[in-house]
Design a protein around this ligand. Sequence first.
Ligand SMILES: [Zn+2]
Ligand SMILES: [Zn+2]
Length: 803
Amino acid sequence: MTRAPAGGRTPPPTPGPAPGTAAPAWRGLLEEGRRDGRLRHVEVLPERAGERADWPAWADPEVVAALERGTGGRPWRHQVLAAEAVHAGRSTVLAAGTASGKSLAFQLPLLTELRRPAGDGSGRGATALYLAPTKALAADQDARLRALGLDRPLTSTYDGDTPPELRRWVRRNASLVLTNVDMLHRSVLPGHEHWAPFLRRLRFVVVDECHTYRGVFGSHAAAVLRRLRRLADRYGAEPVFVLASATVAEPATTARRLTGVEVHAVTEDTSARPPVSVALWEPPRRRAPAGGTAEPGGERAEGGEQRTATAETADLLAGLVARGVRTLAFVRSRAGAESVAAGARRRLLEDAPHLATAVLAYRGGYLPEERRELEEGLRSGRVLGMASTRALELGVDVAGLDAVLIAGWPGTRASFRQQLGRAGRRGRPALGVFVPRDDPLDTYLVHHPEALFGVDVEATVLDPSNAYVLAPHLAAAAQELPLSEADLELFGPAARDVLDLLVARGLLRRRARGWFRTRPERASDLTDLRGAGGTVRVVESGTGRVLGTVEASAADSAVHAGAVHVHQGRSYVVDELDLTGGVALVHAETPEHTTHARSRSEVRVLAVDESAAHGPLTVCRGVVEATSRVTGFLRRRAGTGQVLGEEPLDLPERRLRTRAVWWSLRDEVAEDAVGGVRARLPGALHAAEHAAIGLLPLLATCDRWDLGGLSTALHPDTGLPTVFVHDAVPGGAGFSDRGHQRLREWLGATRDAVDACRCAAGCPACVQSPKCGNGNEPLDKAGAVAVLGAVVAALDAGGAPAS
Ligand SMILES: [Zn+2]
Ligand SMILES: [Zn+2]
């Protein structure tokens, strides 16, 4: 039953046109956008009729009946193809669109197999693990399984909130355990003796939303899955892996890298889909005042400042809700989602007041029943508009929307497609709108639809042999069961060196039968899968309230003493940063200024893995040590950006050993590019470095915060003008290697993006960086275009290096 919403009665939404009979209600909005120039491009993703298949003969009839009740008919053909492969014992990855029924493809073989009693009649037969990237998704999958109403198999979630008595019950009785890699790492694998009966029967391991295991987290997950395989093998089990994702490039390769086993890929999507019109929508720029520089913000003013993506999205959301279109807006931050919802409600109060209560913000962190109620509200049409963070991107059941708005590039084409996939009710044409922020990649994409459509999603970059990741997992594995020579193969070629290092440090001991853990403390505590190096808590001095956390690596620049720290729209000033205690003490205050950390950094080349000359250009990849120290901060007047003063800070030096790509140009070629004025080189290279970091996420699943860089007109190790781009995590994550592999494409797109930007002398949409330690100085936009042009010309003349 539809309940009345809190805060007032909402009339039923204006009914949309029946399928195929009239233009959809959102059509008018696109026409308006076309008239005033905001609509840059519309791409129509065509309708797909869908292709059904018969239920396999081996499937348990009760499972079939239950699944059929939920889906209303026979399965799609791709579901059956994947289910058949899994049933035949082949590890399989299913890559098919959002809402294409990937769950059914693994539920069918798993439930059929798990319902069979043990051969000896002892009750529990085969067992399975389901791994989700988050607790919420595991809970959702569990709820869906329970909703099937089957008496067997017994399923249960197992996470940090599971109480001890229930944990015991789960280990002894559950056949299907829904958990995550963090729990495997911290609890299941170190306590494997307690799990022996479960592991002995382990038949399947499902890795859902497998594209989320990327970068350093992906490398951790790969190590955890290898530890699981090793233990399962000792207990005599060899589980079949089942992976699923709506958006993963090269699924077989990615799945093999993650699990270490050969994986069969099912990539065809045979589900029915309505047509989706995807609009690229550019917010207008504010007109520059006469005379150009009178506008606050100096150089940005000449090109006019772009209206924010959140303000523009709020208006679009209001416009769609007023037309009765069920719309979900994805916004990058929680505060942004609140602001989009509030903005849309304000607009509706003017235009269609009776609809203002039908717009909500989805903040995440809700209880399951609260979330269920919101989802139900969207489905029934009681809620017409919702602004959400990425919390609703995965798994959660909010199909049945007419439109999706995407405020700001979500980081990857994979996410972009996941979010778009939320739009589309059966048989009704759907709308997707991308609204860029003032950022190089966003701006590039809105002007280059070919980079969004008709190309595959980014490769999921992860490196299972990263020594920094491998070390704590090998220590943990040795504590779980002594590591033998034969085990090394499982962990890859880097494992032996890492073990030697662990022995040298006294963390492991080598004996005749292999490597042993000699220390009593738990090795699994040595590493945290989700963060590289811990966090700093931000605490309000007066109340002791913990406002949030900041990555330790970012604390020096974000919460140093005197920093203005904005948390959920409220402003605080930092009194003290205690690095040993991992605490930043703050008090609420809204000063008239903002702060910007200044830092000094250096990059030293430690090892060159590959070097190629292309005429005047040399391109390398390898290992570097990046050293940086936050030296002080600037106070700038809020609004105008005018510098009010600089204060020094005494913070320690940070060293990061990681992987990098770098390129150097011969002096005379670099100088020629900037009109023979050598003094322009630092600004040109610096601007090229910023823009290149902004564009690398086009090719690898990372964002600019995962990367660092350095540019200099004379680097001591190369003796030449050089630009470095490096991974921002110890040991590297594969991002800069990916850039090296696709260098021509990457730097070509970078040059085009800077060249096409309509600003006069550099703006956040091209060469300015939000995390520059030099306060975005010097920057030479035209010089960057010229230098990048010289680099691209050299690559084209000399041929791209073999990848
Ligand atoms: Zn610009
Ligand atoms: Zn910079």
